[in-house]
Structures are given as C-alpha cells and as structure tokens.
Design a binder for this molecule. Structure first.
Ligand code: ATP
Length: 363
C-alpha cells in the first residue's frame, strides 16, 4: 500500500559557518513529500545542497530550521543510529580488515542480534545482490562493483524502510555504473524500499527514479517524474541541465491561445503556446530552448544555414556541432537501420527545428 507523505521535509534550512564569520546557506528552505516505496532522486550541480539535504535526513547534520517527519513523527532530534536509514556512500566505506560476511553482518552485531539470525540474514542479503561465494573474501579482493554491492547488502540486512544513497556509482566505470544502478533499482522495487538518492548525473537520475527533484543554489527548482522533467523543464536552468538544450534569444511578434510566434535568427517560428512560460506578451524578449534531438540537419534544405564543426558518430546516434551565424548549436540524429547520417567536418548544411519542441522562457 502506498502511503503519501511517508517522509516529509518541511522548510528545511542548513547554514554552515566558514570560520571567517561568513554564513553559507547550503540548503534554503526546501519542502518535499516522499511516498512509501518511492524512489526519489536529488539531482543538481556540485554545491547545490543535495548531499547536505541527504545528511540531514540521515541525522549526520542538524538542520538550522525546519522539520523532518517520518510516518507523522518529527525525527529532528533522533540520533542517526536510531533512524534506521542506512546510507550507501560513493566510497563504499567498507571495513578493509573484515571479511565480506562480517562487513554485511556489522550492523546486526552492533544491534546484538542472535548468531542464527545474523547468519540467515547475511546469507539472504548476499544472495539478493549476487555476492554468494564471496563471503570469506576481504574488500580489497573484490572489484569496485562487487564492493558497492557489499555496501548495498550491508544496508539491506538492516531491513530498513528507507535507504539513502550518496552518489553510490561515481567510482565505477561506465558499464558497471549501468549494471549496478539496474541492480539497485531491482532490489529497491522487489523489497518496496523507499529510496532517497543523490547524484549529479542526469542519465542516472532519469533511468532510476520515480521522482526527480532538481536543486540549484540550495533550492528546489522543479520536481516531477523523469518524463515530466525531461519534456517540460520549468526554466532555462533545468532545460540546460537535464536536456543539454540549445538556447537562442528571440522576440515574441504574435501570441494567441494556440501559438506564439517568435522572431529567431532573422526568421519566424511558430511554437505551441502550451510550451511558453505563463505571463508572456507580444513584444517580450524571450529565451528559446530546444534539445539537440529536435534540431534537424539536412544537406540542402532547411530554414537556416550553417557549417559542420564537429561530427561524432556515437553508435545509436550521431552528434553534430554546427556553426551558424550567431554561434554554435548541437544536433543529435538517430542512426536508424541503413540510414547513418555522415555530414563531414567543414560541410555546408541547412538546419531547421521541430518547433513543437521549443520551450519559451522570459528573458
Ligand atoms: P557535490 O555534488 O559537490 O557534493 P552538493 O550538491 O552535494 O555538491 P553540498 O555538499 O550539500 O552540495 O554543499 C552545499 C554548499 O554547502 C556548498 O556551497 C558547500 O561548499 C557548502 N558546505 C557543505 N558542507 C559544508 C561545511 N561543513 N562547512 C561549510 N560549508 C559547507
């Protein structure tokens, strides 16, 4: 059964003092409501306050203001140890002198659980994350991916309601990152555990989350499903961060219920009004954002002209950096069967936009 408001952050603030008398507001009045079993990811650039938020939930940092509420109970003053919200770290944080078995068993031994329970629960956790057979090794004898699975097993063995993840995949190579994130998601769904996950990697967040919370300068700028955030970024920051959008300056020449017409690069484009920020008027200077996959490069037709600056074949797609009158833009084309685009460096090309995909923001 899904329970809304299982974990609530209400107006959380965290100030740090930097030793020279300055106050750094790392987290600036954020509120968030997480359902039981939900996978929520805090996503944002370095320094936006996501780790500090996670550490307050864990009880490693004390909030300056606001409340953390779990199951309708304020847990502001509950020590980390009693919150039963284990954290999986980027560095794995395993004990090098203990075997894998003992690393997984550690939390249970501290809780003075009976030996049989420990043996059974460790075996179950090891099986859950595919570590069977490695229990007698030491962390130094495992790969990075295996070590991170030990860290996950060590959290799971505590049968927590919530697991906190602090950039758990950052130390793994690209392939292992994908394997391990799939593993985390599988186990989380299987057990119905609530997850609060921190990353600065947009594709990781898109692939693993039920809900993405985008943070910037200590504040939440948007939260929603991955599809929602990807397709309807609320402002230019989110457009850039989640979709690597191209930006153009333009001016609204006409606006009605259905379409907004914007002058762009000496021409005009018509964009559904639903894609425009509210409160815009004819004559307003605007910022247009469009994702690389909505830019079409063609050899000899298209509204605008440019020149190929870089052409990168990426397998499933080819990415082009195109120089045009006002700068550079990025276009991504899918390489469907038998149709590989291969514009060359220096080639003169035309390009146009799938205008339905433009977002229009106030400038
Ligand atoms: P990263 O991805 O780099 O870890 P983040 O989004 O997790 O970044 P935080 O680590 O939460 O960001 O830091 C938010 C802000 O708070 C930053 O400006 C950081 O310098 C500051 N900060 C964090 N911890 C402290 C501290 N102990 N003392 C002073 N300032 C701090």
């Amino acid at each position: 059964m899904q329970q809304n408001n299982y974990l609530q952050l209400n107006n959380l603030v965290k100030d740090f003092h930097d030793g020279r008398g300055n106050v750094v507001r790392a987290v600036d009045n954020i509120s968030l409501s997480i359902s039981k079993g939900e996978f929520v990811t805090l996503l944002g650039p370095s320094g936006c306050g996501k780790t500090t938020t996670l550490r307050m939930v864990a009880g490693f940092e004390v909030q300056t203001a606001g409340d953390i509420i779990l199951n309708d109970k304020k847990i502001n003053n509950v020590p980390a140890f009693d919150r039963n919200m284990p954290m999986v770290f980027q560095s794995y944080a395993l004990f090098p002198h203990l075997t894998i078995f003992e690393n997984i068993a550690y939390g249970l031994r501290i809780r003075k659980m009976p030996k049989d329970t420990i043996r059974n629960d460790v075996a179950m956790a090891a099986q859950m994350v595919n570590l069977v057979g490695l229990e007698n090794r030491y962390p130094g004898e495992l790969s990075g991916g295996q070590q991170q699975r030990v860290a996950l097993a060590r959290a799971l063995v505590l049968k927590p309601e919530i697991i906190l993840f602090d950039e758990p995949l950052s130390n793994l190579d690209a392939k292992l990152r994908i394997q391990t994130r799939t593993e985390i998601k599988r186990v989380q769904q299987l057990l119905g555990i609530t997850a609060l996950y921190v990353t600065h990697d947009q594709s990781e967040a898109l692939s693993i989350s039920d809900t993405i919370v985008i943070m910037h300068n200590g504040k939440i700028v948007q939260s929603g499903s991955p599809e929602d955030i990807y397709n309807h970024p609320a402002d230019p920051f989110v457009s850039d961060f989640i979709g690597n959008a191209n930006f153009f300056e333009g001016k609204i020449t006409e606006l009605d219920k259905s379409f907004v017409t914007v002058s762009l690069l000496g021409s005009e484009v018509r964009i559904p009004t639903a894609n425009a920020q509210e409160g815009l008027n004819t004559g307003d200077e605007v910022m247009l954002a469009i994702k690389p996959e909505a830019v079409e490069v063609q050899p000899d037709t298209g509204q605008f002209t440019g020149k190929i600056e870089v052409s990168s074949f990426l397998g499933a797609t080819t990415e082009y950096k195109v120089e045009y009158s006002d700068g550079f833009l990025t276009a991504i084309h899918p390489n469907t069967h038998g149709e590989v685009h291969n514009f060359r460096f220096g080639q003169d090309v035309h390009f146009s936009f799938k205008t339905d995909f433009f977002k229009v923001y106030k400038r």
